[in-house]
Design a protein around this ligand. Structure first.
Ligand SMILES: [Zn+2]
Length: 318
């Protein structure tokens, strides 16, 4: 049976898998210690591919290699357009030639958020929908858009990809991208410690005397949801502010793309029973649309959506 070998390169980890048909038959996770260049990572991928092939009986059945990357990617030419701050050499690498020379197979490259959307669209929560938005709440907020069954690219392949940087507070905090008031700057894992610190400082300190506090830099969304669930008013206020910010991003995505369904992924979705009703409330509060306009679904492939999306790209090119 033909199979693919697919990778999802993240900031600190590389996920990989052997996929036959629509089944992931083998997976591997390795750490990335140095993100300064992609070339050394390719050497690592070569070792993983050769290891998989050594274990696989029918190596001539390898249909292709897929790589999802945290970069803007011209997925038609398999060219990395804008290097992620960490992979300064990526734009100059010819990965088509790399895969042809090493294993005699085609390669598919894709932005990681778009790959995850494709994976969910074909093998997960998005099955059967033609118009999809996916938002992944992680360190930042990743996004992808599918309209009429096709991934949205735009001139520079950034269309639909930057929901995390949609501006929801033009007078707000500086984002890591250089803009002011991006959704990520208001509510994401990387900006949360600063947000909590700022909101803490603005509170009546006497009222906060009984509130539990870990060091600000250790605060993550799990901590926030846990503390809010314990009924701490301060943490509920922070959480509500985050939910409101994400709700705004959601409204912006619905107004821009008019999807059938928004798939939400990322660790915070363990708390979808709190998040989705809040999102619906925000959608109902805004003009032109309401919560009946769009379905909200939790990602069904939280671990391997990007790998599955790359497998789909190789086996059924769009
Ligand atoms: Zn930004």
């Amino acid at each position: 049976m033909p199979f693919t070998i697919c990778f999802d390169i993240g900031g600190t980890r590389i996920k990989s898998g052997v996929i036959a048909g629509d089944k992931i038959v083998q997976t591997n996770l390795s750490e990335v210690k140095d993100n300064s260049a992609l070339q050394p990572i390719l050497v690592k991928l070569e070792r993983v591919i050769d290891q998989y092939l050594a274990e696989h009986k029918q190596t001539d059945q390898l249909a292709g290699i897929g790589i999802a990357l945290p970069c803007f990617v011209d997925s038609k030419k398999n060219k990395i357009l804008s290097h992620y701050v960490k992979y300064t050499d990526a734009a100059g690498l010819d990965l088509n030639q790399w895969a042809r020379n090493k294993w005699g197979v085609p390669i598919a490259l894709q932005n990681d958020a778009k790959a995850a959307l494709l994976g969910e669209a074909e093998y997960g929560a998005g099955k059967g929908y033609r118009n999809l938005v996916m938002l992944t709440f992680g360190t930042g907020i990743g996004s992808g858009v599918m309209l009429d069954g096709h991934l949205l690219n735009g001139k520079d392949y950034i269309a639909g990809n930057l929901a995390g940087h949609s501006i929801i507070d033009y007078d707000g905090d500086l984002c890591n991208c250089g803009n002011i008031g991006c959704t990520e700057a208001v509510a994401s894992s990387w900006s949360l410690p600063h947000k909590v610190q700022k909101m803490w400082a603005a509170e009546d300190q006497q009222e906060l005397a009984s509130v539990e506090l870990t060091s600000f830099e250790n605060i993550d969304f799990k901590y926030l949801f846990d503390q809010a669930a314990k009924g701490h008013q301060f943490y509920n206020k922070v959480l509500e502010d985050c939910l409101q910010a994400w709700g705004m991003a959601l409204v912006n995505m619905v107004l821009a793309y008019n999807p059938d369904c928004i798939i939400c992924g990322g660790g915070i979705m363990k708390s979808h029973e709190i998040i989705f009703p809040y999102f619906k409330k925000v959608l109902d509060q805004h003009g032109w649309i309401n919560s009946e306009f769009v379905e909200l679904k939790k990602a069904e492939q939280p671990e391997y959506a990007a790998l599955l999306g790359m497998n789909y790209t190789i086996t059924k090119p769009i």
